[in-house]
Design a protein around this ligand. Sequence first.
Ligand SMILES: [Zn+2]
Length: 88
Amino acid sequence: MDGWGSDGDDSALVASVRARLASGDLPGAGLTVAAGPGTHHPCIVCLMPITPSQIEYEVSDNAGAVVTSHFRCYLLWRAETRRRDRGE
Ligand SMILES: [Zn+2]
């Protein structure tokens, strides 16, 4: 399992992502480069390692680097990046 809660329990992570986007600790989510099984890299969103039983997304950030995140974390991160970019 993904280890950070069940459906509907994302509010703490959402708040963390929002705060880190606002402070610049977390870059904005860019385009997906690749997806596949996890290779124990830490997820940039929730900071937990991505295990081989989970889907790892390689994502280009707005600074030109490539970072890794869980599939589900990526969706949340992308949504929060768009919210920020709309000025909400
Ligand atoms: Zn994650």
